[in-house]
Design a protein around this ligand. Structure first.
Ligand SMILES: Nc1ncnc2c1ncn2[C@@H]1O[C@H](COP(=O)(O)OP(=O)(O)OP(=O)(O)O)[C@@H](O)[C@H]1O
Length: 275
């Protein structure tokens, strides 16, 4: 199997204000430390960890939005130097342009890429139908539900034909039913497009339902504690999967790894608050 993404001993240190030392004082804050793992080409990897462990930091680094303080991240063997169209990012908040329709939101990015008008229209129609939004092309974001907006955001990312899709808790703001529907949809899209997907989540159920492998992070400074091969991956992902014993077992395995990290993270948070 070929590695699409390689994290090589990656750490990220932020400079933050040191409130205890008076005005203008700064201190260093290690968000992630010695992250070392790889993601295979075409793989769906979910990454779960306690709050504040550095999940978004890790995804921002992958997206090229920030740079590692030490170590490096390789994409197809080459260090990531900045953002690029080879990586699409879907955030929790849809970040759609409110003055553009669903179709317009997708075409806007393609226009700046120099794609001719007719092709733009075809691409946007295709990807809106792939995410189940045929017939909603001319709706504005305020005329769409949260789930529909997130579908548009996914379609917009896919329209650029990135090799890698980076997803930062994309379904966290949605109600449980919509979230579960979109999880199933995302798996269908992944099977169809064969993209490499890195999916960040707080939710163990979501991580287990989606990931071929599930990476569990430690509490802050975050590092990858263990990567589990998901035994459920090859089974049928119908609605009943979540109620099977196999699902409960996989969930339990991840929770066992995560439990002590969550407790540690809460202790760190309490310490920070009382400092
Ligand atoms: N630009 C920044 N400057 C200073 N500190 C930062 C910056 N970005 C993130 N951090 C800190 O780094 C730590 C990790 O943040 P990050 O958002 O990556 O965690 P997370 O695991 O995604 O959190 P959550 O699950 O709550 O969304 C946090 O303590 C955060 O306050």
């Amino acid at each position: 199997m070929t590695a699409k993404i390689q994290f090589e001993h990656v750490s990220k240190v932020f400079k933050v204000r040191d409130l205890g030392q008076g005005k203008g004082a700064h201190k260093e804050f290690t968000a992630i430390k010695n992250v070392h793992f790889s993601v295979n080409s075409g793989e769906f990897l979910s990454l779960v960890g306690p709050s504040g462990c550095g999940k978004s930091t890790l995804l921002d680094l992958l997206g090229g939005l920030t740079k590692p303080t030490s170590g490096r991240i390789l994409l197809d063997g080459k260090p990531i130097e900045g953002p690029g169209l080879d990586r699409g990012i879907v955030f929790q908040q849809y970040a759609l342009l409110p003055w553009k329709t669903a179709k317009g939101n997708i075409e806007f990015g393609l226009e700046s890429k120099g794609v001719p008008k007719k092709e733009r229209a075809e691409i946007s129609r295709y990807f809106l139908s792939l995410v189940g939004l045929s017939g909603f092309e001319d709706r504005y974001p305020h005329e769409l539900s949260g789930g529909m907006k997130q579908r548009v955001a996914i379609a917009r990312s896919l329209a650029f034909d990135p090799e890698v899709l980076l997803m930062d808790e994309p379904f966290a703001a949605l109600d449980a039913q919509t979230r579960e529907t979109l999880q199933t949809e995302l798996l269908r899209i992944w099977e169809h497009t064969k993209k490499t997907i890195v999916f960040i989540t707080h939710g163990i159920d979501e991580a287990v339902y989606l990931g071929q492998r599930v990476a569990v992070m430690t509490s802050r400074p975050g590092t990858v504690k263990q990567i589990i091969d998901n035994p459920l991956h090859s089974t049928s992902h119908d609605e009943d999967l979540r109620s099977t014993t196999a699902f409960a077992n996989a969930r339990h395995q991840i929770w066992d790894l995560l439990r002590e990290e969550v407790v540690k993270a809460q202790k760190v948070e309490n310490k920070d608050q009382s400092a």
